[in-house]
Design a protein around this ligand. Structure first.
Ligand SMILES: *Cc1c(COP(=O)(O)O)cnc(C)c1O
Length: 396
């Protein structure tokens, strides 16, 4: 038994999709080889970020790219860049942002767990609209001298204001738009699409559908903002006279190097950066139709295996991995736990996560009596184990 298996304890069957709580994804051998290769040498991190950024720019169509420690870290860096821009004095003061344009305008319906990442940089969130409707003029009115950016949740496909609408308003006022693209892959087309629409910075997770290292992500977009990100993220133990980026001073881009910035605690190792780029290169070649067919098979197996359990109503639901969708899950199983099931959705989730192996499900709708099974992280043979565990949990 290796040390990782020793530390893991009980085996976990991941039926909740790629998520941080269960360790992200299972990076391919190709990704792990890149990480091992990176572990054998030293490199100046700014050089590595520059070449990784060039690959990201090429594959996303953005002006510039950067490897982050995840989409959440990317959002903090994006907010920091929007607030401080290329002013080292401001960079040094964050998250204290008094006296700087520090407001980030967003649709109320786009408030979510991860907007703490924006506030972490010193941003103040300005919500507009209602949960189900936002007028364009409400965004327009909220933008003013104190506005640093407008935020948009890339995976929202039901908002009445599209990203294109919001970009048009923000750009009329010369304000950048930050997009959280973490749940917007698949479809892979969204790697490019947000930039085609005009987003200024987009943050993606490396450890979800891209299946790179769990503690990695991509931030891409406007070159000046990515330069600000780099300055606030890298180790800045430098002196102006010997700083490898001193050309930025000579060219009057910055007056001097900032100190360690708001992003220093989200550092990215050379192993993560190289693993992420290996995963991203593989991502744009991946056969998503074949993957969806395999996952659909697991979903069918779970749905049919749960059929006939008293009080449970299981059905396969298909996402649409089509270009044009803003980001939807692929095939999965939605299980309604009815009043005659003899247990609640909460109990079903808890029994599954108390078992051996532990079966992790997606519990976000349990308060509505629904438990979801996402097949993305299942290996061959695990769908039938999920069925056995669920039948046992229901006493069937
Ligand atoms: C997962 C997630 C994030 C954070 O991504 P990490 O790569 O884990 O940091 C941000 N936003 C949304 C909507 C997410 O689902």
């Amino acid at each position: 038994m290796g040390i990782a298996t020793e530390l893991r304890g009980k085996r976990v069957i991941n039926a909740r999709g790629y998520s941080t709580k269960v360790g992200g994804s299972r990076p391919s051998a190709e990704v792990m080889e890149a990480m091992v290769e990176a572990s054998t040498f030293f490199v100046r991190i700014e050089d590595l970020q520059a070449s990784a950024g060039a690959v990201i720019a090429e594959l996303t169509g953005a002006e510039a790219g950067y490897v982050t420690a995840g989409a959440s870290a990317g959002l903090t860096l994006a907010a920091a860049a929007a607030i401080a821009r290329l002013d080292p004095g401001r960079m040094n003061r964050l998250p204290q942002s008094d006296g700087m344009p520090n407001e980030i305008v967003l649709l109320r319906r786009h408030r979510n767990d991860y907007d703490h990442a924006l506030r972490l940089a010193g941003a103040r969130l300005v919500e507009v609209g209602f949960n189900d409707w936002t007028f364009a003029y409400e965004i327009e009115e909220a933008i003013g001298e104190r506005t640093a950016a407008v935020f948009y949740l890339g995976s929202d496909e039901h908002a009445n204001l599209s990203l294109a609408d919001v970009v048009a308003i923000a750009h009329r006022h010369d304000v950048p738009v930050i997009v959280d693209g973490s749940m917007a892959l698949p479809p892979a087309a969204n790697l490019r699409r947000f930039f085609e629409i005009g987003a200024d910075l987009v943050s993606f997770s490396g450890g979800k559908h891209i299946q790179g290292p769990q503690a990695s992500g991509i931030l891409a977009g406007r070159r000046d903002l990515i330069t600000s990100v780099a300055l606030q993220h890298q180790d800045m133990d430098v002196y102006p006279e010997m700083w490898p980026s001193r050309g930025l001073i000579a060219d009057h881009v910055v007056v001097g190097p900032p100190h360690h910035g708001i992003g220093r605690g989200f550092k990215v190792g050379k192993e993560e950066a190289c693993g992420l780029i290996a995963a991203l290169r593989a991502y744009v070649r991946r056969d998503f139709a074949a993957e969806a067919a395999r996952l659909g098979g697991y979903a069918d197996e779970i749905a049919s295996g749960l059929a006939g359990i008293r009080g449970l109503h299981a059905r396969r639901v298909d996402g649409h991995l089509v270009p044009g969708a803003m980001g939807r899950p692929g095939p999965h199983v939605e299980v309604e736990v009815g009043p005659d099931a003899g247990l609640t959705a909460f109990e079903l989730v808890n029994r599954l996560q108390a078992g051996d192996p532990i079966v992790c499900t997606w519990e976000g709708k349990a308060f509505e009596g629904q438990v979801r099974f996402y097949p993305d992280g299942l290996a061959d043979g695990e769908a039938s184990e999920v069925v056995v565990a669920a039948r046992r949990a229901c006493g069937a």
